[in-house]
Design a protein around this ligand. Structure first.
Ligand SMILES: [Zn+2]
Length: 132
């Protein structure tokens, strides 16, 4: 079934992010001019428009900014319900859409989480989060 799951687009802008996941490292960007962190990957800083953006390893720690529980799904994810889709705000200040795994009853906005690396198949790890 997992072979039918849509594959992420790995372009040149995002390649260091995907390569980092294979090493179980959560890579994000940081602007060398204004020093703010950046996610999703891009060539210009969205804060000051500098092109001096560099890759850095995130702590992998953050909190739940928002979430929803998916009870009904269609297509390739229909056999995975129920699952939790969340926006996690990392300690570095950037937000990413992800999944939360573990005890659903304990999930609340604001609770601290940390990254885990979910093996989809031999080629792909995805950053999911668990409560900490
Ligand atoms: Zn900047």
């Amino acid at each position: 079934m997992s072979s039918q799951i849509p594959r992420p687009l790995m372009d040149s802008d995002s390649q260091p992010f995907w390569e980092g996941l294979k090493r179980q490292e959560l890579m994000i960007q940081r602007c060398d001019e204004c020093h703010q962190h950046i996610f999703y990957p891009r060539v210009l800083c969205p804060h000051c428009f500098s092109d001096k953006v560099a890759w850095t390893q995130a702590t992998g720690r953050g909190h739940i900014y928002s979430y929803t529980v998916v009870h009904r799904a269609f297509g390739p994810f229909s056999d995975q319900v129920p699952y939790v889709v969340a926006i996690v705000e990392l300690d570095e200040g950037v937000r990413m859409m992800t999944r939360i795994v573990g005890d659903r009853e304990a999930i609340k906005i604001g609770v601290p989480v940390e990254v885990i690396y979910e093996k989809v198949d031999d080629e792909l790890l995805l950053p999911y989060f668990i409560l900490r």
